[in-house]
Ligand binder design. Structure first.
Ligand code: ATP
Length: 327
């Protein structure tokens, strides 16, 4: 590796996701392995602007692999969206001698870093860390597997009470623009219906599905809804069904932020380890302005331009499986 890079800055940004710590650890240890200095930038772009930077060693990222959240903290920064904010951030990076960046975050984080690259030619690589799995250019993002397992565990528990009391439950999971958690946890949890933003299901379709001949004899059922559902969230749908029929005993559970926390699964730890290492090796091999991805279990690099603001399409086969098995 003939890179001139000497000091790598690592930070997390946007919403936290389980496995971010494993990615930080991998990036720090890979950097040190290649004899580079590695710095942690606290609170994402906020810390870049305020100069909140700490030197990290191999030992300073010990005992974090298995922990949820992010030890570098995360934040959303309005100031970084302005050219003046980015200039301040760049000046701080130069002051510390940081000559390359690794960000762990989502689409917004990539957009910010892409601008920093365009304006200052700062070498940068992103690692996709977000529970929503809503990023093009990678089969999986860090945190998605853990969040989905958390949702499945909750659905299983709700099922016990739903079946005991003959209740219809509307369970809302995270996913503002993406149905990945809902679709996967719904299939794994045996949902009677799954509502995701990418699907064109209407309220009438849902009602027909819940009251079809095969089902009307069973009062207990589970409907899993992504928070970005186009036909309303769990509360709206529960109210609409109750307005149309008094047949069901309806309850609502919104899983909310508990899906973000907890120890990352083995899958997220391994994914984060592969991606964190790849980000460092990519930078040292001259990759810039790119996002690490995983496709068919192989690490790839995508130019930011090719993944920013692009949807991560839902696999139509998964939708077909969900529909057939929910009869
Ligand atoms: P998540 O998917 O978890 O929400 P994200 O990375 O998409 O993660 P955002 O809040 O959208 O989260 O973005 C994180 C930060 O990236 C923002 O707070 C902002 O500082 C920066 N950022 C986002 N969009 C832009 C932009 N258009 N220009 C410059 N910076 C941006």
């Amino acid at each position: 590796m003939s890179s001139t890079i000497q000091r790598i800055g690592v930070f997390t940004s946007g919403g936290d996701a389980p496995g971010m710590n494993a990615a930080i650890r991998a990036a720090v240890r890979a950097g040190i392995y290649y004899k580079k200095d590695v710095f942690g930038i606290m609170q994402g772009y906020e810390g870049m602007i305020s100069g909140d930077v700490v030197k990290l060693g191999a030992r300073s990222v010990g005992n974090i692999l298995q922990r949820g959240g992010t030890v570098l903290k995360t934040a959303r920064s309005e100031e970084f969206k302005t050219p003046e904010g980015r200039k301040k951030a760049y000046d701080n990076l130069r002051k510390e001698g940081i000559d390359a960046l690794i960000a762990i975050g989502g689409d917004g984080t990539f957009t910010g870093l892409h601008k920093l690259y365009q304006e200052f030619k700062m070498p940068c690589v992103c690692v996709p860390g977000t529970i929503d799995n809503d990023i093009a250019g990678t089969d999986y993002t860090i945190g998605f597997d853990t969040a989905t397992n958390t949702a499945v565990e909750a659905i299983d528990k709700i099922r016990d009470t739903a079946m005991s009391h003959n209740r219809l439950f509307f369970i809302e999971v995270m996913g503002r623009n993406s149905g990945y958690i809902a679709l996967n946890s719904g299939i794994a949890g045996g949902a009677g219906a799954i509502i995701i933003p990418e699907d064109g299901m209407s309220f009438d379709d849902l009602y027909a599905q819940l009251t079809s001949d095969e089902r009307i004899t069973k009062k207990s059922n589970l409907v899993v809804i992504a928070e970005g559902s186009k036909i309303g969230g769990a509360n709206d749908l529960a109210r609409k069904v109750a307005e149309r029929s008094s047949y069901f005993d309806i309850k609502v559970t919104i899983l909310g932020h508990l899906q973000r926390g907890g120890a990352p699964t083995y899958f997220d730890r391994v994914l984060a380890s592969k991606m964190g290492l790849a980000a460092v090796e990519g930078l040292l091999n001259g990759v810039v302005d790119s996002m690490v991805g995983i496709r068919h279990n192989k690490i790839i690099f995508n130019q930011f331009d090719s993944v920013m603001n692009r949807p991560h399409e839902i696999d139509s086969e998964m939708m077909r499986i969900a529909k057939i098995l929910s009869i």
